[in-house]
Design a protein around this ligand. Structure first.
Ligand code: FUB
Length: 364
C-alpha cells in the first residue's frame, strides 16, 4: 500500500473522468455503469453505488461471489501509514455470470463487531469447507498493528461472525486463500510499506521500524508469506514460510528491483498442474507472476501480466468460470482519488506455453 507521494501516471491523467458520484448507501444495484465516460478503460466498474476495491472472487453455490474492500470517504487525512484507507465494513457482491446483474448483499461484517478491532479493514478473501464459509480479513488491532482475522457464516453472502482473536501468529495484510486439488487450504499474506511487513522480524513487531522496504538494496527483497490452514480453517497449521520468488538463474529478487519484487496483493491459481503466484509490485504498479511446482514455491518470476491501472494501488484475483479465466481488479475510474476505488473484471488468457497474455487496462 502506497501512502503519500501519490504518483499520477502521465498516461492516465484523467481529465475527462467522471468525478465522484458514488453514494454511500446499502441499496442493491446493478452493473449499469456510465459507459459513455468509460471509453478509455478496458472494462466498466462493476458497481457504482459504493466504492469497492481489492476484489477476491470465488465461485460458490454456482454463482460468482466477490469479497472486496469497501472504500469510504472517512475524512481521515492522508499520511505515510495509509490512514486515509479507513474502511469500516465489508459488503459482499454476487452475480450469476460475468456481465450479469450485480447484487450487493449489504453489510457482511463491521469493524464494530470485531472484538479485537482497532481500525482499517483492508483487502479480504474467503473460503469454503464442510458447510461453512470463512472470511479472512486484515485489520489493525488496538495497538495499531495489522493482524489477520477470520469470521464464519453459513452463507457465502454473510453476515459473518468474527472469532474473538486474530489468527495466532498472523501479521500484515492481504490474505488470499488457495484450495489445492487434495482439499488442503493455504493462506498467502503480507504487504510492505503501509502493510507493515518490513516491521516484523522473527515474530516480533518493531513499531519504530522502517516505513518502506527496510532492506539493503542488494539484499533479497522482502516477500509474501504462506501457511497451511488447519483442518478447522481457523489457525495456521505449522509455521509461516517465505514465498520465495526467484529469477531465471535461481536467485531471489532483490530489494532494489522494484519492477519485479513483491509488494502486496498475493493470489494463487493452478493452471495445467503449475502454481501461479501473482502479486502487485506496488510502487511500480504492475501485476506480476511467478510459477512453481507446489503451493509453497519457490516460484520463478515470469513477467508482468497487467499494466498499471489508473490509481496508485493495484490488486487482483483470478478465477476460472466455465473453462474461461477472469481477473478481477480495481482502478479509480469513478472518483479519480487514490482511496476511492471501483472494481472491474476482464478475461485473462493463458498462452500455449503457460505464459499469461499482457492485459492493458487503459486503451492507448
Ligand atoms: O485496500 C487497502 C490496501 O490497498 C490493500 O490491502 C492493498 O492490497 C491495496 O490495494
Amino acid at each position: 500500500m502506497k501512502l503519500m507521494n501519490f504518483k499520477l501516471l502521465s498516461l492516465v491523467v484523467a481529465t475527462g473522468v467522471a468525478t465522484a458520484s458514488c453514494q454511500q448507501n446499502n441499496k442493491a444495484t446493478t452493473d449499469k455503469a456510465d459507459t459513455a465516460k468509460s471509453s478509455k478503460f478496458l472494462s466498466k466498474p462493476l458497481v457504482s453505488h459504493i466504492f469497492t476495491a481489492d476484489p477476491s472472487a470465488h465461485v460458490f453455490e454456482g454463482k460468482i461471489y466477490i469479497y472486496p474492500s469497501h472504500d469510504i470517504e472517512a475524512g481521515t487525512p492522508e499520511n505515510d501509514n495509509g490512514d486515509h484507507f479507513d474502511m469500516r465494513d465489508y459488503h459482499i457482491l454476487s452475480m450469476d455470470s460475468i456481465g450479469g446483474k450485480v447484487t450487493d448483499h449489504g453489510v457482511a461484517l463491521s469493524v464494530k463487531d470485531i472484538p479485537w478491532a482497532g481500525r482499517q479493514l483492508w483487502a479480504p478473501d474467503a473460503a469454503f469447507k464442510d458447510g461453512t464459509y470463512y472470511l479472512y480479513f486484515p485489520l489493525k488491532d488496538k495497538n495499531d498493528v495489522f493482524k489477520i482475522g477470520v469470521a464464519t457464516s453459513k452463507s457465502p453472502a454473510g453476515p459473518f461472525k468474527a472469532e474473538p482473536k486474530p489468527i495466532e501468529g498472523s501479521f500484515s495484510i492481504d490474505p488470499a486463500v488457495f484450495k489445492d486439488d487434495d482439499g488442503s487450504h493455504y493462506i498467502y499474506f503480507g504487504g510492505i510499506w503501509g502493510g507493515q511487513l518490513q516491521r516484523w522480524n522473527n515474530g516480533k513487531y518493531d513499531a519504530n521500524g522502517s516505513k518502506t522496504d527496510n532492506q539493503k538494496e542488494d539484499s533479497p527483497a522482502l516477500t509474501a508469506k504462506v501457511a497451511k490452514l488447519s483442518a478447522n480453517m481457523l489457525q495456521f497449521d505449522g509455521g509461516v514460510k517465505d514465498v520465495q520468488i526467484l529469477d531465471k538463474d535461481g536467485k531471489p529478487l532483490l530489494t532494489k528491483d522494484h519492477d519485479r519484487r513483491f509488494f502486496e496483493g498475493s493470489w494463487v491459481h493452478k493452471y495445467n498442474g503449475k502454481y501461479y503466484f501473482t502479486y502487485s509490485t506496488g510502487d511500480t504498479h504492475f501485476l506480476a507472476y511467478a510459477i512453481g511446482d507446489n503451493p509453497y514455491g519457490p516460484f520463478t518470476y515470469q513477467g508482468t501480466f497487467m499494466d498499471p491501472v489508473q490509481g496508485w494501488t493495484t490488486h487482483h484475483s483470478i478465477i476460472e468460470i466455465k473453462g474461461k479465466w477472469y481477473i478481477f481488479y480495481h482502478d479509480t475510474e469513478i472518483s479519480n482519488k487514490t482511496h476511492l476505488r471501483n472494481i472491474k473484471v476482464t478475461e485473462l488468457t493463458h498462452n500455449a506455453d503457460g505464459s499469461i497474455e499482457l492485459i492493458k487496462p487503459i486503451k492507448k
